[in-house]
Design a protein around this ligand. Structure first.
Ligand code: ADP
Ligand code: ADP
Length: 234
């Protein structure tokens, strides 16, 4: 079973009288335990495609299966709940809650998922350790560098142990060295957990790390390259 499959997915944005076709006839199976990169020029539909995969927005045509489950037939509440438990997100602008500490930001999805306190604390500590921020638990995002904020966001995305992690240009707001460190960290976490990660990026450094590369142009899949990379735990 694929962590996410799309069949003939279409999405058009409507602004008053203007319609902007963002995706058309997109069919793809994301392979489990792979690091997949979506690449394409600005405006080609990468963010829209990730939002469809992550059930952040609904398509207006086609079918989306997450873990084999048809998500379009779910009501909004059920879909939010499903998304919160099964899918982790990392955004280019980090999207952390500024009033919460690093610890509380990572803990937040676990509070929503009603994970008991002792288990939450243990998991958050382990995650902050895994992303190299064990000594920053009490800092708020404003007290952290961009790379550290993205590490918090990665820990938060992994908190519920989702099978699918989606990242929209996670290095776009980082300098190249910090970006490289973040990608290496995500690559290691992906391999260690055997989870499926899908990134959008046009950064060659991110592409170099990919197992599978999906090229998108004008809202359509241009090519899918499945590289013969090992998915052994490093
Ligand atoms: P990318 O992430 O590759 O830059 P997007 O998915 O953001 O591409 O955008 C695809 C197309 O949809 C573009 O033409 C863009 O302008 C348009 N678009 C994206 N989001 C919206 C929106 N909320 N409303 C209207 N048009 C949008
Ligand atoms: P990125 O390409 O980095 O993912 P955005 O998602 O912010 O950037 O925007 C992608 C494209 O979608 C841009 O061309 C932007 O102008 C367009 N876009 C995003 N939101 C809207 C919107 N609400 N209305 C119209 N166009 C939008």
């Amino acid at each position: 079973m694929y962590p996410v499959s799309l069949r003939n997915v279409g999405k058009t944005y409507r602004l008053d009288t203007v319609t902007v076709p963002a995706l058309s006839g997109v069919s793809i199976d994301i392979r489990p335990g792979r690091f997949t990169v979506l690449c394409g020029p600005s405006g080609s539909g990468k963010t829209t495609l990730l939002n469809m995969m992550g059930c952040i927005d609904r398509p207006d045509a086609g079918e989306i299966l997450v873990d084999g489950q048809a998500v379009q037939s779910m009501a909004d509440d059920a879909l939010s709940d499903f998304r919160a438990r099964r899918i982790g997100f990392v955004f280019q602008n980090f999207n952390l809650l500024p009033v919460l500490t690093a610890f509380e930001n990572v803990e937040y999805p676990l509070v929503l998922a009603a994970v008991p306190l002792a288990q939450r604390k243990e998991r958050v500590h382990a995650l902050l350790h895994a992303v190299g921020l064990a000594d920053r638990a009490g800092n708020r995002p404003g007290q952290l560098s961009g790379g550290q904020r993205q590490r918090v966001a990665i820990a938060r995305a992994l908190a519920t142990e989702p099978a699918l992690v989606l990242a929209d240009e996670p290095t776009a707001n980082l300098d190249s060295q910090t970006g490289a460190e973040i990608i290496a960290l995500m690559r290691n976490l992906q391999r260690a957990r055997g989870a499926s990660f899908v990134f959008s990026s046009h950064d060659p450094m991110v592409l170099a790390q990919a197992d599978d590369v999906v090229r998108i142009r004008d809202g359509r899949i241009e090519s899918i390259e499945q590289r013969d990379t090992s998915t052994e735990v490093a």
